[in-house]
Design a protein around this ligand. Structure first.
Ligand code: NDP
Length: 283
């Protein structure tokens, strides 16, 4: 029987572990042994968390759902809990961090699971979908989890999905983090205009990387932003409120690196990156 593990008992990891537990054995790992409560719909579920440091088991499929800023710190534990055929599914926003897992059989999922963890309480808002690259083993894992509400979509359009999500994050995460405001901030025409211009720069980077995106892509993203509840915060917004490190280096930072590779001029992105670097400085 397939042995599943999930690392990171937060908004994303807890939902994944809870769904898998309906059909298979799964262990949810965090920094310490504890219990978290998952609120989904009108139900509360108590979920046991095991200590990653104390683990001595190996697993066939490991979902990694810590923030990018914590990825390096779990690598020794990940090594110890993997065998030669272990598949690692990195469930994170951003791009470029998969390089840190080059010694593993790892793929990155495009994550559509929306939630928020406060202390030991996880609220799941919507969606339970992970988009994955085409690969027979991933297809098999997806089939095995078919009876759960966790959708593992193995998609030939994976690359476009990863980029689309990156651009969605570029706009909304940047403006909510830098203004320390929720999606309400997009009601200001000047902020919406700035967001759109930032997306235009992201679009040019994506196109330079070979993505078949058009001006319509930016409009599609703006249309998504318009569906957001005004009080919705992004993870980067919550991270600035908490005063912790941001996933900036693998969202805005990665886009800036790619812009430089293609010698693209991205003045707005550069200003945002400078301000976000300033936020991170000596933190
Ligand atoms: P959370 O902060 O809610 O959860 C991360 C969890 O990782 C926390 O429970 C944290 O534990 C745990 N963790 C940190 N360090 C370690 C460690 N060394 N060992 C074990 N566990 C550790 O993050 P999210 O679930 O929100 O985000 C995960 C990824 O998914 C991010 O890349 C995010 O951008 C992405 N994402 C999030 C979405 C969302 O709606 N939340 C939507 C789409 C993508 P502790 O609480 O003890 O610090």
């Amino acid at each position: 029987m397939t042995q599943y593990a999930v690392i990171g008992p937060g908004a994303v990891g807890t939902v994944i572990a809870h769904e898998i537990s309906k059909v298979a054995a799964v262990k949810l790992f965090g920094r310490r042994e504890q219990q978290v409560v998952l609120n989904s719909g009108s139900n509360d579920y108590k979920i046991n968390v095991s200590s990653l440091l104390l683990n001595s088991d190996t697993f066939d499929v490991i979902f990694v759902a810590v923030k990018v800023t914590k990825l390096a710190s779990i690598l020794p534990a990940l090594q110890a809990m993997s065998h030669d055929n272990t598949v690692i599914i990195l469930c994170q926003n951003g791009m470029g961090q998969l390089d840190m897992l080059h010694e593993f059989n790892a793929v990155q999922a495009v994550v559509y699971i929306s939630g928020q963890k406060t202390d030991d309480y996880v609220r799941h808002f919507q969606d339970k979908k992970l988009i994955l690259p085409v690969n027979q083993e991933l297809q098999r894992i997806s089939q095995r989890l078919d009876a759960t509400k966790l959708e593992l979509v193995v998609s030939p359009d994976y690359e476009a999905a990863l980029w689309f999500k990156l651009l969605v994050n570029l706009g909304i995460n940047t403006v909510t983090a830098l203004t320390k405001n929720t999606a309400h901030v997009l009601e200001l025409p000047e902020v919406m205009q700035l967001t759109e211009q930032l997306l235009q720069e992201g679009l040019r980077i994506a196109r330079a990387e070979g993505l078949d995106f058009t001006a319509q892509t930016v409009q599609d993203i703006i249309a998504i932003y318009r569906t957001y509840a005004g009080d919705m915060g992004t993870s980067m917004y919550y991270d600035t409120l908490a005063g912790v490190l941001l996933e900036y280096d693998y969202i805005q930072g990665e886009l800036q690196r790619l812009a430089r590779k293609h010698q693209l001029t991205t003045p707005l992105l550069d200003v945002c990156c400078t301000l976000l670097t300033g936020y991170q400085y000596k933190r």
